[in-house]
Design a binder for this molecule. Structure first.
Ligand code: CMP
Length: 137
């Protein structure tokens, strides 16, 4: 079934000028970029996006990191997009990610791990709605 997922290229990967390489890889993997923009989140906007993690030990560090520089957010579409995207990016911790995955290639550690992806289809709908207005996607 055709499905959508939200992708974020995080500040570490944007700073390292890996945006093009990552978008290119995703297109090669069969994803269609149905919406894309480069934005610099405020801390409050980062906190809003990661609200479900509020109260966890890494929340503060995560929001500081996600608002330290520009990110590139995309709505991606393909067959089984959520699961396939998670396969292509690899495990949250780049050290545990499989060879050739985006996080293995471009991530540094569990915090600075190059990309974000929605964890399930319902989350994808909410996350795409957080960044894109209805007429944009
Ligand atoms: P992401 O997919 O963006 O969703 C939540 C993020 O929290 C996760 O990727 C990690 O980058 C970040 N994070 C930082 N520290 C941890 C941790 N100890 N465990 C899980 N996630 C963490």
């Amino acid at each position: 079934m055709t499905q959508r997922t939200l992708s974020i290229i995080k500040p570490d990967a944007v700073e390292a000028r890996k945006t093009g390489a990552i978008v290119s890889r995703l297109e090669e993997e069969g994803f269609k970029v149905v919406a894309m923009k480069r934005i610099h989140l405020t801390r409050a906007q980062a906190e809003g996006f990661y609200a479900e993690h509020k109260g966890r030990g890494f929340f503060d560090e995560l929001c500081t990191f996600m608002s330290r520089g520009p990110i590139v957010v995309m709505a991606l579409e393909r067959e089984d997009a959520v699961a396939k995207y998670r396969e292509v990016i690899g495990a949250t911790d780049p050290a545990k990610a499989a060879a050739g995955t985006i996080r293995k290639l471009y991530g540094s550690n569990v915090g600075e791990n190059a990309v974000h992806g929605s964890d399930k289809p319902e989350t994808a709908v909410r996350e795409i709605g957080y960044f894109f207005a209805g007429f944009e996607v």
